[in-house]
Design a protein around this ligand. Structure first.
Ligand code: PHE
Length: 436
């Protein structure tokens, strides 16, 4: 460890914006809206909120407590609370998981750079429907285009992380997140007022409880984990830069509220427009990069610009949190300078990202293994370390800011039970369901 004082986020607003920035990302925009429609509309939203409340949020608190109480990176934090044991190897899971995610995520982030440039230059308006739907295929089948945009996206990510916590990540997220909320509101209004939008609103809201089965619950929980950036050290690392007077409950609850609110807003930004255009909703890349350009081709110049700029901002505020997990390790554990660490990480992620950009199989493998294996193992270990290895009094003090937190003291026994029992058992069941 270097002798220099560790940086911090400065204000509570910045911490919440940074954490919300990590949470709000592609998961909210291209997975959540589709999942809601597929799995029973409002019924799924209720299940999602319950899963987040009872399993994802306790894990979020646990990661936050580990980071804030120790003020260290993933390895350092776990080593501090379980000295001399093997638990700190969770650090490798976090490093590898966040590394794989940032690599393939940057490929998709690169696509949004590409689409933003297109909407700024040629625009989608005026393209014929066939042309608009063919853009994505021709972009991804080009060899150099995805590599150029990957380089741009990763370059921005590494630059922000390289500037540090306050002047880099903190500054970027506290300016960009409010802007992002504003932009999504504009798109929601535009989308919901289109003729024929009603069918999309119905698709999202009509509750169908018969669709809530085992796989739907597993999907809700998996999405909750991915959306709150759990299990790969992001929440832990960001929380290690919180000032002592902040509280993990406040920041965690606000992050989850913003994240869920944004996911619902994104659904209302996208689905009504899809139905108004008489198209079928789909999931993943094809929803955002194939279906939407077709719709935009009829909507004028401004909406696509705002939309792809929103995706780009949402993706960058997430990718910086993944790279920071690895940067914190290299700086804290290996004594590297931040600049050198981010340059190295840029190069390493670029290589894996490039492989994902040219091969759909590698891309899907990275997506699958990170959310179904790394995030699950990581979250499980965090629950065990905090629930079974840390002293209850230490966890309680951190949770309640030494007994001063008003409501926190009252809910602590419930959260303690959730962390020790419900979350680990839930994770194992879900992981097995998803892998089968
Ligand atoms: N939460 C981000 C999203 O919803 C993805 C993410 C996963 C970010 C893991 C950091 C760590 O897109």
């Amino acid at each position: 460890m270097s002798g220099k004082a560790r940086e911090n986020f400065g204000s509570r607003f910045t911490v919440v914006m940074a954490l919300a920035g990590s949470a709000i990302g592609l998961g909210n925009i291209w997975r959540f809206p589709y999942m809601v429609g597929e799995h029973g509309g409002a019924a799924f939203i209720i299940v999602y909120v319950l899963c987040s409340l009872f399993i994802a949020l306790p894990i979020f608190f646990s990661e936050s407590i580990l980071g804030k109480s120790t003020g260290k990176d993933t390895f350092g934090a776990i080593e501090s609370v379980t000295p001399g044991t093997k638990w700190k190897n969770e650090g490798y899971i976090a490093l590898l998981g966040s590394f794989i995610i940032v690599s393939y995520y940057s490929v998709v982030g690169g696509w949004s750079v590409d689409f933003l440039v297109r909407s700024l230059t040629t625009g989608f308006a005026g393209e014929s429907l066939e042309e608009a739907s063919g853009i994505f295929t021709s972009m991804t089948s080009s060899v150099w285009e995805p590599l150029v945009t990957l380089t741009v996206f990763l370059g921005i990510t590494a630059y922000i992380v390289g500037r540090g916590i306050e002047k880099g990540i903190g500054l970027f997220t506290k300016v960009m997140m409010p802007l992002l909320f504003l932009m999504i509101v504009v798109i929601v209004i535009r989308s919901c007022t289109l003729p024929g939008a009603g069918k999309g609103i119905e698709y999202l809201l009509k509750p169908d409880f018969s669709k809530i089965d085992g796989p739907a619950i597993a999907a809700a929980l998996g999405q909750g984990f991915f959306s709150l950036s759990l299990g790969v050290g992001c929440v832990l690392t960001y929380s290690s830069y919180m000032r002592k007077e902040e509280n993990v409950v406040d920041t965690g609850v606000w992050t989850a509220v913003f994240d869920t609110f944004f996911a619902i807003m994104a659904s209302f930004a996208i689905m009504p427009a899809v139905f108004a255009a008489g198209l079928e909703p789909s999931a993943g890349p094809s929803l955002v990069y194939e279906t939407l350009p077709v719709i935009f081709s009829k909507m004028g110049r401004v909406v696509p610009i705002i939309f792809f700029l929103s995706i780009l901002i949402a993706a960058i505020t997430s990718s910086i949190s993944m790279m920071e997990v690895q940067a914190a390790y290299l700086v804290d554990q290996k004594g590297m300078s931040r600049k050198k660490a981010t340059t190295l990480l840029f190069c390493a992620s670029w290589i894996v990202g490039a492989l994902c950009a040219v091969s759909t199989r590698i891309f899907s493998f990275c997506d699958f293994i990170s959310s179904n294996v790394f995030m699950m193992i990581g979250a499980f270990v965090v629950a065990i370390v905090v629930g079974w290895k840390m002293k209850k009094s230490v966890v309680r003090n951190e949770f309640t800011n030494n007994g001063t937190g008003k409501g926190a003291g009252a809910v602590f026994p419930v959260v303690w039970f959730l962390v020790r029992w419900v979350a680990p058992i839930g994770i194992v069941i879900i992981a097995i369901t998803n892998l089968l």
